[in-house]
Ligand binder design. Structure first.
Ligand SMILES: *Cc1c(COP(=O)(O)O)cnc(C)c1O
Length: 351
C-alpha cells in the first residue's frame, strides 16, 4: 500500500481555507499599494518596514533551498523549528484523540507542544546507549499514532541516532516521522534530507539557531514532500517571519565559510573538553557527543551546578530527565570559556 498523508490530516485542516492576506492575493509590483492598510507615509522603525513581509518568504526560501540542494517547494520556514513542531501537532493530531511517540531523554519541546495541543504522548525511552528502541517504537505504533519524534544528534544526550533505525521505522510506520537535526552540522554524518524524496512520511527539521549562530533570528526549517509543506504553509500565521529576520538570514547563508570554520573549532574544542573533563575527580562519565555540547554525569551534579554558578558559569541541569541522573548539559564555549570552565571544575575538585 502506498503511503498517503491525506488520511492522517485532521479533517478541519483538510477542509481549511487558508487566510488570504493582501500580500498573498497580489504579489506583483505596483506603483501604489492601498491594499493592506499599511502606513504609506513611512515607518517609524526603518525604511521599508511599513510593508508587510512576503507570506511565502520567497527570497529566503530560495536561499535555503539552494543551501540544502532541494527544490523550494520542499522547504517550510518557521519562526524557529519550535513553530514547525507546534504546526505538525496542529495539522495531524486531533486534540484528545490522536497520539505521538517520543523517545526520552530528548528535547522538551515535543512534549510541551503535545500538552499545549492536548495530544497524548507515548514514551519509548532510548536504550542504555541512548539509541532508539526500534522494537519498542514499532510496538507502540497504533492507529491513533500521528507523529513520531526523533532527535539526531539528540538533545540532551548529544549522540547521533542510528540512521538505519530511523529509516526502518519511517518505512514501516504509517504516520509522520519527524527527525530533528538541529545539531547535525556538528556531526560527522550526512543529513536525512538525502532520503526525503524516497520516504514520503519523513520530515527533517533544521535550524539556523545553532551552527549558523542565529538563535535570535528565529529561523527554523522543515524539509518534506511538497504536499506536507503546503499544509504547513496553510496553517502557519501568514507573516511568521519578520522582514529584517529574513534579510539577515539570507546574509547569514552567505557566511558558509565562517560557519564551517566555527564548526571545526567547536568540534575540536568539544573533543578536548571531553578529554579534560573525563580526568576530573568530580566527573563520572562524559557521554560521547556529535553535537556542540556535552552531557556529563557528575558524582554530585547539584553541588557542581551551584559551584559553577558561584563562578559565574551557567550550565543546564538535566538531572531530572530519565537516564540523566546527576547530569549537566554543558555547551562547548570559546577556548577561553572552556578554560574558565575547567579551572572552576578543578577548583571544585580541590575543595
Ligand atoms: C536548539 C534546538 C532546536 C532549535 O529550535 P529553534 O526554535 O529553531 O531555535 C530544535 N531542536 C532541538 C533539539 C534543539 O536543541
Amino acid at each position: 500500500m502506498k503511503f498517503s498523508i491525506d488520511g492522517l490530516v485532521r479533517p478541519n485542516i483538510s477542509s481549511l481555507v487558508p487566510y488570504s492576506s493582501a500580500r498573498s492575493e497580489f504579489s506583483g509590483e505596483a506603483e501604489i499599494y492601498l491594499d493592506a492598510n499599511e502606513n504609506n507615509f513611512g515607518s517609524a522603525a526603518e525604511n521599508g518596514l511599513n510593508r508587510y513581509p512576503d507570506p511565502l518568504q520567497r527570497a529566503l526560501r530560495k536561499s535555503i533551498a539552494k543551501y540544502y540542494r532541494i527544490a523550494e517547494d520542499w522547504v517550510f520556514l518557521g519562526n524557529g523549528s519550535d513553530e514547525a513542531i507546534d504546526l505538525l501537532y496542529r495539522i495531524f493530531c486531533r486534540p484528545g484523540v490522536d497520539e505521538a511517540i517520543v523517545c526520552p531523554p530528548t528535547y522538551g519541546m515535543y512534549e510541551t507542544a503535545a500538552s499545549i495541543n492536548d495530544v497524548r504522548l507515548r514514551e519509548v525511552p532510548l536504550d542504555a546507549e541512548f539509541q532508539i528502541d526500534v522494537a519498542g517504537v514499532l510496538q507502540s505504533l497504533n492507529t491513533l499514532t500521528r507523529l513520531v519524534f526523533f532527535c539526531s544528534p539528540n538533545n540532551p544526550t548529544g549522540n547521533l541516532m542510528r540512521r538505519e533505525d530511523i529509516i526502518t521505522i519511517s518505512r514501516s510506520a504509517r504516520c509522520i516521522v519527524v527527525v530533528d537535526e538541529a545539531y547535525i552540522d556538528f556531526a560527522d554524518c550526512p543529513s536525512l534530507i538525502s532520503e526525503i524524496s524516497e520516504i514520503p512520511n519523513l520530515v527533517v527539521l533544521r535550524t539556523l539557531s545553532k551552527a549558523f549562530g542565529c538563535a535570535g533570528l528565529r529561523i527554523g526549517i522543515a524539509i518534506a514532500a511538497p504536499q506536507l509543506i503546503r499544509l504547513l504553509n496553510a496553517v502557519k500565521p501568514p507573516y511568521n517571519i519578520a522582514t529584517p529576520n529574513a534579510r539577515l538570514a539570507i546574509n547569514a547563508l552567505q557566511e558558509q565559510d565562517t560557519v564551517r570554520k566555527w564548526v571545526r573549532e567547536i568540534v575540536s574544542e568539544r573533543i578536548a573538553l571531553a578529554d579534560e573533563l573525563s580526568t576530573c575527580r568530580c566527573v563520572e562519565t562524559v557521554f560521547p557527543s556529535d553535537a556542540n555540547f556535552l552531557l556529563v554525569r557528575f558524582r554530585d551534579s547539584a553541588a557542581v551546578y551551584k559551584f559553577l554558578l558561584s563562578r559565574g558559569i551557567v550550565t543546564r541541569d538535566r538531572s531530572q530527565l530519565p537516564g540523566c541522573r546527576n547530569c549537566l548539559r554543558i555547551s562547548v564555549g570559546t577556548p577561553e570559556e572552556n578554560v574558565a570552565l575547567l579551572q572552576a571544575i578543578n577548583e571544585f575538585d580541590c575543595l
